[in-house]
Unconditional design. Structure first.
Length: 430
């Protein structure tokens, strides 16, 4: 039986015995049946014992459970303290786990760190210009009139594609001479060497060759000449001919109108391959002396960084700005930049430093302002690692505080940081 109940029963029995003894002494002392003042009667004592003997209101099982519940309360307190140490207010997550689907949707990529060399960052303003080695200008060689425009500004054209139809008096005369020369050459060939003298045969050949060379020099192509000769009639010499594109590219300029009379050398079209442009960076002679041809460069357009490479440097200073121009070649397959656009250029200098080089987007600021990146400690598990940034060149950083061979998040670090923040990760990583 429960100790509490046992103690309660014993106390009740003692009180009952005391009551009975006191009652007997009271009767002897007073010598009457009436109880003494301040003393209890036997009936009252009996009632008291009856009350103590009546245990019907005490639920032994409930009391036992109550005791157990007290123990449970104590145990619950211990659990609370344990929770505070692992998952309560004091808990901090030191890593984040992402499954393959999350990594794919967030575009998370990783890389293994290797020692590299990174030069000092030399910054200069720049302007996007056409790549002169991938640009052509279309001009007529003789006076002509524009008959019909075949392409428009911004059109993409192929090499050999007709651009504009022209008509020229000089071309008409040259075409007529070619047709006559062709007819004469055919006639002497048909008569044969036995009938035609060697002199006439040679003269016919020379006349044909001269007429053919003239229309070629005026701008007719071989295919155009073949179509003209196929007609075999001098009356077909209209003087019309088409100017063709010399390359694949985009129509950058076409400053003329139909019906306009064009002089020789007048630029009708400017065609350029914009998939590979130049950025003309302006540097002081001192700064330019620290840059080598072939040096890596980064071009910032808005918030984007485009990779580039120094391909040439001028050998004369600009007479107004007293700066030296360097051409940085930039791939532009998606037509992201355009000639005339102003950009910022960061070129890697000759003085290089060896160390761990990572993409700029892999490094973030922690909650306390320290630089950090995220290490893949196990497949899909990422932990923050504080590092020190030594140098930034364009979209690359030279850092220290992390070992070579470590796998880090190279792309999507912001998403990993967000997932850690949701789990309450410790920004200090202590």
């Amino acid at each position: 039986m429960n100790k509490k109940i046992t103690t309660l029963i014993l106390c009740g029995l003692l009180v009952s015995l005391s009551g009975w003894t006191a009652a007997g002494e009271g009767h002897e002392h007073n010598g009457t049946d009436e109880p003494a003042q301040g003393e209890h009667s036997e009936e009252q004592d009996h009632d008291k014992v009856a009350e103590l003997d009546d245990f019907s209101d005490i639920d032994f099982e409930e009391d036992e459970h109550g005791h157990d519940e007290k123990g449970d309360d104590h145990s619950g307190h211990d659990d609370h303290e344990g929770h505070g140490g692992h998952g309560g207010h004091g808990e901090v997550a030191t890593d984040a786990e992402l499954n393959d689907t999350q990594r794919r949707m967030a575009g998370i990529e990783t890389m293994v760190l290797r020692r590299q060399q990174l030069g000092e960052a030399l910054t200069a303003p720049g302007e996007v210009v056409l790549n002169a080695y991938r640009t052509t200008r279309i001009t007529p060689r003789i006076p002509a009139q524009v008959m019909k425009r075949l392409v428009r500004l911004g059109d993409h054209v192929k090499k050999g594609e007709p651009l504009v139809m022209l008509s020229s008096v000089e071309m008409a005369e040259a075409q007529g001479a070619l047709l006559e020369a062709d007819i004469e050459l055919r006639r002497v060939k048909k008569l044969g060497r036995k009938v035609v003298s060697e002199r006439r045969f040679t003269s016919a050949q020379i006349a044909y060759q001269q007429a053919y060379a003239k229309v070629r020099a005026y701008g007719m192509t071989i295919s155009q000449i073949k179509r003209l000769l196929k007609q075999g009639d001098a009356s077909k010499a209209t003087g019309e001919f088409a100017l063709l594109s010399f390359q694949d590219g985009t129509v950058i300029n076409d400053t003329f109108v139909e019906g306009e009379l064009i002089e020789p050398g007048r630029v009708l079209f400017e065609i350029s391959d914009e998939s590979l442009l130049w950025v003309e960076a302006r540097l002081t002679p001192e700064t330019a002396s620290n840059i080598a041809i072939g040096a890596e460069a980064k071009v910032k357009v808005g918030e984007r960084w485009l990779p580039g490479k120094v391909v040439q440097a001028r050998h004369t200073l600009d007479p107004v700005t007293r700066t030296l121009a360097m051409h940085v070649e930039v791939a532009n397959p998606d037509d992201q930049i355009h000639p005339g656009e102003f950009v910022s250029v960061v070129i890697e200098g000759n003085r290089k430093q060896s160390g761990i080089v990572v993409p700029v987007e892999a490094v973030l600021r922690s909650a306390d302002g320290d630089w950090q990146l995220f290490v893949e400690s196990a497949p899909g598990r990422f932990e923050p690692k504080e590092i020190e940034v030594l140098r930034t060149v364009g979209d690359r950083m030279l850092i220290q505080g992390i070992a070579e061979g470590t796998t880090i998040v190279s792309k999507g670090a912001f998403f990993v940081q967000s997932e850690m923040a949701k789990g309450g990760f410790d920004p200090h990583n202590h």
